[in-house]
Design a protein around this ligand. Sequence first.
Ligand code: G3H
Ligand code: 13P
Ligand code: ZN
Length: 314
Amino acid sequence: MALVNTKKMFEMAYKNGYAVGAFNVNNMEITQGIIDAVAEEKAPLILQVSRGGRKYASLSYLRAIIDVVVEENPDIPVAINLDHGDNFETCKQFVDAGFTSVMIDASKQPFEENIKVTKQVVEYAHPRDVVVEAELGQLGGIEEDVVGVEDVSKHVADPNQVVEFVEKSGCDSLAVACGTSHGAYKFKSEPKLAFDVIQEIGDRLPGFPLVMHGSSSVLREFVDLINKYGGDMPNAMGVPEESVSKAAKLGICKVNIDTDLRLALTAKIRQVFAEIPGEFDPRKYLGPGREAIREMVRHKLHVVGCAGKAAECM
Ligand code: G3H
Ligand code: 13P
Ligand code: ZN
């Protein structure tokens, strides 16, 4: 049984200067594409389910798919994480469903409130051997229109708060807003992360695992394919992969990637439909889509540096 929490993974990632890729799952094909890549590259794995994922596929279906992943890959340490849990109840539900990690995202709330709810989740999770990720600072997003280097300083995590936050809340890892945002439109001009902030937070929390959300790179090749085959994604821009690799060496132990997988899947499906307009067998487009996800994840495992690290994380 290789279902684990993230403790050992983060310990090794921190020590050896890499990050573990955390990939969002919403259905069977996405999950299969991810695990095929991870098995091939012998990497540790964090699978995560968002509230949207649960709404789309239901927790029990996703949990059953993940059970197969764990059962069929005894040599791969697999952690399963609730992504952006919005309150205690949601976190409790995922702990009760057997998740080994939960993220409580109370970063929009005042500092003291964030500590309070994070601590409440920690007190429920820890006795059940479940780890807790918390968040400080405001991640940008399309909704909030927090994009572009000019906005970074207003939304990054405050290094002055991190020690107090970690000590009082008892969280096991901390997502630190550092200029990234979710989705395919992260920057209006030159992409730039607040590395000084990551560095300072890392210095104040030696040995403590940090997390980077919104880490997709929105690779030109995939956006171009989508646009070529009838899509419309102008000005899509992500975090350069060199920046993701650099962050992984600065105490970022978990790198969240969802959008890049969505782009790979969408590009491939669009291509199949464009090239074979008569195709109507879902296996003939979801199959190649799954393959595209596998290739993307294989590539990402090298970007974050966790390829070949499965054994040391067991
Ligand atoms: O947190 C962001 C992830 O990409 C999940 O997105 O809420 O649309 O499933 P979602
Ligand atoms: P991306 O949208 O950059 O893939 O980020 C995903 C994420 O942070 C999930 O929590
Ligand atoms: Zn996120």
